[in-house]
Design a protein around this ligand. Structure first.
Ligand SMILES: [Zn+2]
Length: 427
């Protein structure tokens, strides 16, 4: 396979918030940086590791962040309410803005209307038709008053704020902002990271924190829109999840981690209210239950998420979901059961920003006790056994059916309950 044939997604997040004067809630920013097959990944990693004495992260870092670290020094605040409701109609504005000295890219006809249609389709599929970003107003390109270099020389939060103010001011004659729930700013060059956040402004009589994504050229033009979708996911209230190795960008089952335009994980769908109570089953302590799971990406009703609360452990919860290749899950690495462990107090310090953040979800690691062939997938016949004794046995995965994403997986979960976790070892 062509090394890095699928663009490798990377790296760091800097969560920060700025207290807006008089604002009831805090402005915040979340950064994501990506690079693509035309970057030399190994070289970039080497530069980063040589350049930093911080604890190693296995996420790759773009050359931009090495040259221009975008350190956010504000105190952490938690983002209590999502900037945009994850259900119902939330009209999007697509706002292309060009640095004064950088060429406006030549795009094929209908590029932005295709983008609009595709983004709408994507969020409808992920939310089972419960989130609609509407007909998405699209503006023409506006040209910023300053050059790329002028914005590069500002601290990043000032640059993003100014870009937001200048782009929206330029668009104000054309756009009625009273209809707009969120704004995707598309830039024609890169300041390093792409960002999601909020900025306070009075637009067409509405004074509020406006939900914004700032997408550098690579985030929307060269990347299959993976990062653009990921940034929008932050506006709906989703955080990153972590891969097995503890990398914030290492979970390839989650568009909010290793973004490939795939679905997000069942945990996020539960948090956002996209799964209803009939689609979530809980396996309580002291019980063994067998369920037949539908594919998480399937639009058809069925049990799509198992939750297994764990008493007396750092892990608060295991989640079990069935992922089948198909729909926007066409990019996942295989059809299998996926298990995550949730720790609501998992605090991660980003080694670049040194900013602490809570990331509850991590892809579960294989334990020695597990019955498993060692690859990344949990397949029929295999059994996950957690250190606490939770057993998740996959007895069957059946994809021999006619419709897209109509497969099922049969799973038996044993949650042994508290007594297993007493610190007495009996052998
Ligand atoms: Zn992110």
């Amino acid at each position: 396979m062509y090394k890095l044939a699928v663009w490798t997604f990377l790296l760091l997040i800097l969560m920060a918030s700025l207290q807006g004067a008089g604002a009831q809630s805090a402005e915040w920013l979340s950064a994501d940086i990506g690079f693509f097959p035309d970057s030399n990944v190994e070289q970039i990693q080497a530069i980063y590791l040589a350049d930093s004495t911080a604890e190693a992260i296995d996420a790759e870092v773009s050359a931009d962040i090495v040259a221009h670290p975008q350190r956010i020094t504000n105190d952490r605040t938690t983002q209590s309410t999502p900037p945009v409701r994850a259900t119902g109609l939330n009209n999007l504005l697509i706002l292309p803005c060009a640095f004064a000295d950088q060429p406006i890219p030549t795009l094929r006809d209908n590029y932005f209307s295709d983008m609009r249609d595709e983004l709408r389709l994507y969020w409808r599929e992920l939310s089972y038709d419960q989130l609609d970003i509407g007909e998405s107003e699209i503006t023409n390109w506006y040209t910023l008053p300053l050059t790329l270099e002028a914005y590069q020389q500002m601290d990043i939060t000032s640059a993003l704020t100014l870009i937001f103010e200048q782009c929206t001011a330029a668009a104000d004659l054309e756009v009625d902002f009273s209809d707009i729930a969120m704004i995707n700013i598309l830039l024609n060059e890169s300041l390093g990271a792409s960002w999601a956040g909020q900025r306070q402004a009075n637009l067409d009589g509405t004074f509020k924190l406006w939900p914004i994504t700032w997408n550098m050229d690579w985030a929307w033009e060269r990347s299959g829109r993976y990062t653009l979708k990921h940034e929008m996911g932050h506006l709906f209230g989703m955080s990153h999840s972590m891969g097995k190795n503890g990398s914030e960008y290492g979970n390839s089952w989650d568009t909010m981690s290793h973004s490939l335009s795939q679905h997000t994980i069942g945990y996020n769908k539960m948090q956002l209210g996209w799964l209803d109570s009939a689609e979530i089953a809980q396996v309580n302590s002291g019980t063994t239950q067998t369920y037949t799971l539908s594919a998480l990406a399937s639009p058809v009703a069925g049990v799509k998420l198992l939750t297994v609360p764990v008493v007396g452990s750092e892990t608060d919860l295991f989640t079990v979901e069935f992922r089948q290749i198909g729909g926007y899950d066409k990019m996942i690495i295989g059809t299998s059961i996926v298990i995550h462990e949730i720790d609501y107090e998992r605090e991660i310090i980003n080694p670049i920003s040194h900013t602490p953040q809570i990331i509850p979800v991590q892809l579960s690691q294989f334990t020695q006790e597990s019955i498993h062939n060692g690859d990344s997938l949990w397949e029929a016949g295999e059994t996950f056994i957690s250190p606490e004794g939770v057993q998740i046995h996959i007895s069957a995965i059946d994809t021999d059916c006619a419709d897209l994403l109509c497969g099922t997986a049969t799973v038996t979960v044993t949650n042994p309950g508290y007594t297993t976790f007493l610190p007495t070892v009996r052998r």
